[in-house]
Each structure stands twice: as structure tokens, then as C-alpha cells.
Ligand binder design. Structure first.
Ligand code: NAD
Ligand code: IPM
Ligand code: MN
Length: 357
């Protein structure tokens, strides 16, 4: 197979972890006889610094032509001025929107070997295997915003907007995913307070009744969900929710496997290339120290192989290698819980060694 993969390293630890995921993909290419063609492009703060735009046209064009995109992270204190005319994060939001990547798959899978890396007790997290489907191109992230007035009268607003079509397509995808898993779907909203959540709940109920009556379906309010995730995470199978609730709940859920540094994600549309990235950010507090956990990005590369290139055996090989590395007791600092740890490159070396066809 030949495939062209666009790399968007971005900011902070982004370049460090993308370098390592690329080495793993190269090893997969050699092992399985594929030709991966990599092109790196600018996004985020570094693109603001070099081109004045967090998503330059050249980057967007290259992404459109590619088979898949692997992104590190964007943002950092350098670009955090609230009155700046643009921000690194705007580049990420725009690429998601431009490519129509409305479905963000965030699997929360336990690695048995890491059960003791979690701040939660083993008996609570054991058996946890959740697939979050976060709606990614609508909701409050993309609603109209405004600032007006001045002084003590200055105000700011941003609207949460969902259309029927936006809710239907993400709920359908989530229900289909549930059919291939434990056949359970939970929809999370705030329908007791928010109008768009009431629309979301009505549309989801109709889609489920009309098209997925075989799937066990329930609804949970987002505040309660934040609690259930910590209290009884193994009860959930597929969880579908809006853009902001999905953002927040999945960072919370990262503590089940033990670290944000372990969780990959896939952003998919109805056609065109998918975008793959860790769910964590640019980690400015550890950037440049060589200690970032590359496994979330390496696992995102596995999702890329599976979802964009239909290379299932290759994706399995990466996931198996990561499992073996953890079983061997190898840890980056974030999952070491005070014990011995290795750096970013050494961790990738250990994964590379274990990639087999
Ligand atoms: P963050 O996810 O960057 O970091 C949160 C904490 O987790 C930090 O202590 C960090 O060191 C740690 N961490 C994250 N990834 C890690 C890894 N791979 N290995 C070890 N430790 C890791 O969140 P933040 O600090 O709130 O945000 C920093 C910047 O990143 C902000 O500008 C934010 O907008 C941006 N951000 C970008 C993305 C993205 O590009 N997709 C996602 C989230 C945040
Ligand atoms: C994520 C990030 C982004 C989001 C930011 C950086 C725009 O937190 O990918 O989870 O909120 O979607
Ligand atoms: Mn986030």
C-alpha cells in the first residue's frame, strides 16, 4: 500500500511526540511492506509566528490531498494573550470545520498493566472500556460570539447551537458503533437547563426508536455523568455527547487509564481524510524536557491505520507493542507514579522493537 500522511507537529511537546509516532509508522511500513509518504506542515502558534495564520492555506491544501493527518498539539503561553487577534487553537477548530470532521472518537481503554497508575482503585476501573463520540464541528465552540459595551458594562456571549441534522449524524454513528461493541449507548446532555440539549435529547430519542430499537439506550445529565465516570466507569459502553461536554468528560476519563498521555483520538467526517491526535494538549510545562509520553500519539497513529487506511493488522501490531512495553514495566514519568521512568525517545524505541507482523 502507498499512502500520503500529513504531519502537523504544532507547538510545545507536539514536535517531540510526532517525531516518535512517525518513527513507529515508518517501522510499520518496513515491517508490513507499505510506502508511507510523510509531509510536515505548520499549524497553531508556530504557524502564527511564521505565516501570521494558525492554519495557513498551504497546510489546509496539503491536508485535503492527503490520505490521513496526524497532529501533535497546538497552543502555549506565548500565544495566550486574551486580546490577541488570533490564537493557535483557532487553527485546530478551523481544520476540523473545513474538513467536516464532525465525529471525534475517543476510546478510553484500560491497559491491565497500568491499573496501578490510575489515581482510582483497581476494583473501580477494572473492565472499563468506553468509546466516547464527541460532536466536533458544532455546539458552543462554533456558535456566534460577541463582545460589546465597555467598562463594568462590557459583556461577552457565545451561543450553543445544534441543528437536527448535526445531532442525527453523530447519534447514528454512535449507535452503529454500539452495535459492534456491547450494544449500549448513553447520550449525555444538560436538557434540564439548555435548549440545544433539549433538541439533542428529542432528536437522539427519535433516531434511536426509529432506527436502533435493538440498541440499549439511556440518557444522563452531564453533571451526573462527571460523577458516574469516577464511580462506576465500567458500566458504560458508547457515550455520545456535544462538543464541550465531550471535551471535558474525556479529560476527566483520562484518569481512568491513569494519564492524558495515554489517550488517542480520531476525528472523522463522512468522506475525505481523517485527523488523528492525542487528546492532550501541548503540555508547555514539560515541553523540551524529553519526558512527554509519546504513547497517546503512537496509539493515534494506530487509529489512523485502522480508520483511514483499513490496515487493521498494522494497527493491532502497534497496540500489541504498546501493551508489551507496559507489561515490561516501562513507564514515562506521567504514568510512573513516582517510580522509575524513561524519556520520550526511549519509550518510542521500546515500542519500535516490539512491532512485528
Ligand atoms: P495539556 O493537555 O497540554 O496538559 C495538561 C497536563 O497534562 C500538564 O501537566 C501536562 O504536562 C500533562 N500532559 C499532557 N500531555 C502529556 C503527555 N503526552 N505526557 C506527559 N504529560 C502530559 O493541557 P493544558 O496545559 O491545559 O493546555 C496547554 C495548551 O495546550 C493550551 O494552549 C491548550 O489550548 C492547548 N491544548 C491543545 C490541544 C490540542 O492541540 N488538541 C488539546 C488540549 C489543549
Ligand atoms: C482538544 C482541545 C481543543 C478542544 C482545543 C485546543 C481547541 O482541548 O482537542 O480536546 O477544545 O477541542
Ligand atoms: Mn480538550
Amino acid at each position: 500500500m502507498k499512502a500520503s500522511i500529513v504531519l502537523l507537529p504544532g507547538d510545545g511537546i507536539g514536535p517531540e511526540i510526532i517525531d516518535q509516532a512517525r518513527r513507529v509508522l515508518e517501522k510499520v511500513g518496513q515491517t508490513f511492506g507499505h510506502e508511507f509518504n510523510f509531509e510536515s506542515h505548520l499549524i497553531g502558534g508556530i504557524a502564527i509566528d511564521k505565516i501570521g495564520d494558525p492554519l495557513p492555506d498551504s497546510t489546509l491544501q496539503a491536508c485535503r490531498k492527503s490520505d490521513a493527518i496526524l497532529l501533535g498539539a497546538v497552543g502555549g503561553p506565548k500565544w495566550d494573550d486574551p486580546s490577541a487577534k488570533t490564537r493557535p487553537e483557532a487553527g485546530l477548530l478551523r481544520i476540523r470545520k473545513e474538513l467536516g470532521l464532525f465525529a471525534n472518537l475517543r476510546p478510553i481503554k484500560m491497559f491491565d498493566e497500568l491499573a496501578d497508575a490510575s489515581p482510582l482503585r483497581r476494583e473501580i476501573i477494572e473492565g472499563t472500556d468506553i468509546l466516547f463520540l464527541r460532536e466536533l464541528t458544532g455546539g458552543i465552540y462554533f456558535g456566534p460570539s460577541e463582545r460589546s459595551g465597555s467598562g463594568a458594562e462590557e459583556s461577552a456571549s457565545q451561543a450553543m447551537v445544534y441543528t437536527v441534522g448535526e445531532v442525527e449524524r453523530i447519534v447514528r454513528l454512535a449507535a452503529e458503533a454500539a452495535r459492534g461493541r456491547k450494544n449500549r449507548l448513553t447520550s449525555v446532555d444538560k436538557a434540564n437547563v439548555l435548549e440545544p440539549s433539549r433538541l439533542w435529547r428529542q432528536v437522539a430519542a427519535r433516531v434511536m426508536a426509529e432506527e436502533f430499537s435493538d440498541v440499549h439506550y439511556d440518557v444522563v445529565l452531564v453533571d451526573a455523568m462527571a460523577m458516574h465516570l469516577i464511580n462506576r466507569p465500567s458500566d458504560f459502553d458508547v457515550v455520545v455527547t456535544g462538543n464541550m461536554f465531550g471535551d471535558i468528560l474525556t479529560d476527566e476519563a483520562s484518569m481512568l487509564p491513569g494519564s492524558l498521555g495515554m489517550l488517542p483520538s480520531a476525528s472523522l467526517g463522512s468522506d475525505g481524510p481523517g485527523l488523528y491526535e492525542p487528546i492532550h494538549g501541548s503540555a508547555p510545562d514539560i515541553a523540551g524536557h524529553g519526558i512527554a509520553n509519546p504513547l497517546a500519539t503512537i496509539l493515534a497513529a494506530a487509529m489512523l491505520l485502522r480508520h483511514s487506511l483499513s490496515a487493521n493488522a498494522e494497527a493491532d501490531a502497534i497496540e500489541a507493542a504498546v501493551g508489551e512495553v507496559l507489561a515490561a514495566g516501562l513507564r514515562t514519568k506521567d504514568i510512573a507514579r513516582g517510580g522509575e521512568s524513561i524519556g520520550t525517545v526511549a519509550m518510542a524505541d521500546e515500542v519500535l522493537k516490539r512491532i512485528r507482523s
